[in-house]
Design a protein around this ligand. Structure first.
Ligand code: IVH
Length: 758
């Protein structure tokens, strides 16, 4: 960080400046504003990033107000990255969905030394004789965020979302004072995406919860939930009151700057004014890794933010390329999770919660006990068999534990503390054989551990479905959590999610969230927020709607994939892709027809569409085509859902409401020319103008095929930035032509006009 030289400092008019010349007298408003901005940035950095302020709050306020006044008097000198422009001020309609520059991956977790040693061994094996250097960092328990700078100016901040696309939360991230609006360098890189963890420091979280309780609001369960809720608020003024912070630890796309290792990356972040963790260790062998994670465990509770493990990363980016990645996570890094904290408390009662699909889940009602930064009064007991296996009885002293984002669980009982007369727990007996919500019959299929209520109209199931529908990851209906969903169902204002669209402002505003004796009204302001969010939900894409519908087996990733390849809901309901997928798997699994020519021809006919849609890929180890993110069970479940009564009702009601969620239609066969027909592409490295998935989709749309590895069949290897040597060497060996990004763009018809294709 640049240190200010005394004569570079800007003095406020009328101040006692000793012998210094009053520079402001000769400076233009623009120069004055720039000088003030530089000073404010400098002090922001010292205060929020380094935690070593040099001036008092009053002195800082004077600088800030001088800038505010100057900018008010001369609006032409305002810049978007001025420290006075952190806050957007207004309310957003919703968040735009944004593609990630590179997928935002997660890490594989390990919980013990043996697993970690296996990781180290696999790294040694993968590096074939080279020695790794590892960087060990604390694993921050927050939510990941990507922050993009173009020519050094913050332009966009995106949540992780499903790893491929996230929400544009720029306005909210701008309010985080430690995040620079401009990188601290005179020669910024053209594009720089820093990724890190957004979190609420422990102290800030405690203050926030105290404030909420004073305002009669439900406190957040933990700092991570509070962070996730805060970053998705639609009012950046409200976000600015939440003491959020971000620590950076990895990168997205970077252009105009070469970074070759984690150590260099962290150093670069620091130099650019981006906050990084103070604690970090280098390890060269397994003993040193172990020593680092043990040291971290000793000190991590005294750190100002929650951590739940250590992240062990190979330092060299070249070595990372050699190690590669699996479908989900890189092979060059591992998260080591610490033993979760445990506490002993009394099990007062076991209650039953009815889930969205009618599953009856036993819940432990506990004597409240502090654990990992929050107070625990309920914990999951999983199911009847688990209770029997652990012999958990009402009245027992039990050990509870909380592992990261997982809901607290009862680990075991303390048998020596069992009260006399405690009897084994009998789930159906305790309910008199009836659903605690609707009073209907319950049953248990012997092959499943769960008891269930089969009444589709069961009020408790309705509540859960509404809650699921409104969840942040589904249709993101602001202010509609469990309490509101429950009150709406209890008041019989709604029975199913789509009834939400018939609610009026008055009905919502007068909803009583309290009791008849102690009413607590939902209020006009919250009612307006719900209605606005419902209005936005009408425009949400097919992927979000598919998730919100709660189709069995369909989670976020599947919903996204189905939304990407289909045009609309009626097409999903009768999906040619899912039907083709099931038929293909059937043909492949049918040993008797393995050598049957008719079956082979049918397989060949089914494959192109499925490959285009990214639903299957060839696996040489399996000797056939394998499914990607949508397996046969899911495909079956989706088709059955829409053939059944529930799915058909969804379709007809959406039609009545005039809601027609649109998908990406990426599976569709383009009707135009197929200039890339019979060409096979392999993509490697980072492309500046698009993600690799997007590039692959464009190639397929023009008739080309995309493969993972270079072989004799490869027509072009497309090599972007930061490309490892393995694929390019292989291409050279086989005489495969290597294309740069410009070459690919020309082939796609997107290159500069008038240039010849290679
Ligand atoms: S590196 C390729 N470093 O943990 C993934 N992640 O399970 C690169 N996290 O999604 C991530 N602290 O949200 C990395 N020091 C750290 C981290 C960290 C927390 C989170 C991050 C990531 C998840 C992985």
């Amino acid at each position: 960080m640049k240190k200010f030289h005394q004569d570079e400092l800007f003095f406020l008019p009328g101040e006692n400046q000793g012998n210094a010349s009053p520079a402001s007298a000769e400076k233009s408003p623009w120069e004055q504003a720039e000088a003030l901005r530089a000073q404010i940035r400098h002090h922001d950095h010292l205060y929020y990033v380094e935690a070593t302020p040099e001036i008092s709050d009053q002195e800082y306020d004077r600088l800030y107000h001088a800038l505010l006044e100057l900018e008010a008097a001369h609006p032409e000198v305002v810049t978007p990255d001025s420290p006075t422009r952190r806050m957007h001020g207004g309310t957003l309609e919703g968040f735009q969905t944004v593609e990630h520059t590179l997928p935002m991956l997660s890490l594989e977790n390990t919980y013990n030394a043996a697993d970690l040693e296996r990781f180290h061994e696999s790294v040694l094996k993968g590096l074939q004789g080279e020695s790794p250097v590892y960087v060990v960092e604390p694993k921050i328990d927050g939510i990941s965020i990507a922050v993009r700078y173009v020519d050094g100016v913050l332009v966009q901040a995106v949540t992780r979302g499903n790893g491929k696309q996230g929400d544009d939360v720029t306005e909210n991230v701008r309010t985080i004072p430690s995040v620079p609006l401009r990188l601290d360098t005179p020669r910024p890189p053209a594009f720089f995406e820093a990724r890190g963890e957004c979190y609420l420091p422990r102290e800030g979280f405690a203050r926030l919860n105290q404030r909420r309780q004073e305002e009669g609001l439900e406190p957040f369960a933990n700092a991570r939930n509070a962070t996730a809720g805060s970053i998705k608020l639609l009012n950046s003024r409200e976000v600015a009151t939440r003491p959020l912070d971000i620590l950076f630890y990895t990168q997205g796309r970077i252009e105009g700057m070469e970074i070759t290792s984690q150590r260099q990356l962290l150093e670069t972040f620091r130099a650019l004014g981006l906050k990084v963790q103070k604690w970090c260790r280098i390890a060269r062998d397994f003993q040193e890794i172990q020593a680092a994670i043990q040291e971290l465990d000793q000190i991590r509770r005294s750190m100002p933010y929650d951590t739940d493990g250590a992240v062990i990363k190979v330092d060299s980016f070249r070595q990372r390329e050699l190690l590669g990645m699996t479908a989900k996570a890189p092979c060059w890094a591992k998260a080591y999770k610490y033993e979760p904290e445990r506490a002993a408390t009394r099990l007062k009662a076991i209650t039953i919660q009815v889930g969205r699909t009618g599953v009856l889940s036993p819940v432990a009602e506990l004597e409240p006990v502090p654990l990992s930064g929050s107070t625990i009064s309920r914990a999951t007991l999983h199911n009847e068999d688990e209770i029997a296996r652990k012999d958990i009885r009402v009245g027992d002293m039990v050990l509870v534990e909380k592992a990261g984002e997982v809901i607290p669980a009862v680990v075991r009982v303390l048998p020596e503390k069992r009260p006399q007369g405690a009897v084994p727990y009998d789930l159906p007996g305790s309910l008199g054989g009836r659903c605690p919500s609707c009073g209907g019959p319950i049953h248990r299929d012997p092959q499943f551990a769960a008891w269930r209520c089969d009444n589709l109209q069961c009020p408790a199931q309705n509540v859960r479905r509404v809650e699921y529908f409104a969840h942040r990851n589904a249709l993101d209906i602001e202010c509609l959590g469990d309490v509101v969903a429950e009150s709406l169902c209890e008041a019989d204002l709604i029975r199913e999610p789509l009834d939400l669209f018939s609610l009026t402002q008055e009905q919502l505003a007068s909803l009583n969230l309290g009791t008849p004796d102690e009413p607590r009204l939902f209020g006009a302001k919250n009612a307006a927020k719900v209605l606005a969010a419902l209005q936005r939900a009408r425009q949400k894409d097919l992927g979000h709607w598919l998730q919100a519908m709660g189709i069995p087996e369909v989670g976020a990733a599947t919903a996204y994939q189905l939304g990407r390849i289909h045009r609309d809901l009626p097409q999903v309901a009768d999906s040619p892709y899912l039907k083709a997928l099931l038929e293909l798997l059937d043909l492949q699994g049918d040993r008797q027809r393995k050598n049957d020519a008719e079956a082979a021809a049918r397989r060949e006919a089914l494959l192109p569409a499925l490959q285009r849609a990214g639903l299957v890929k060839f696996s040489s180890s399996k000797g056939g085509y394998v499914t990607t993110s949508v397996g046969p069970k899911t495909a079956q479940s989706v088709l059955e859902f829409f053939q059944g009564e529930v799915g058909r009702k969804w379709l007809s009601r959406l039609e009545e409401l005039g809601i027609h969620p649109q998908g990406g239609d990426e599976g569709a066969e383009a009707t135009g020319e197929k200039p890339l027909k019979e060409m096979v592409f392999v993509l490697t490295g980072t492309l500046a103008s698009m993600g690799r998935t997007q590039a692959a989709a464009k190639i397929r749309a023009l008739g080309g095929a995309v493969s993972d590895s270079v072989s004799r069949k490869t027509t072009y290897l497309v090599a972007g930035e930061n490309t490892g040597a393995t694929k390019t060497n292989r291409a050279r060996e086989l005489g495969v032509q290597v294309l740069d990004e410009a070459g690919l763009l020309r082939l796609l018809g997107e290159g500069p006009q008038g240039e010849e294709a290679p």
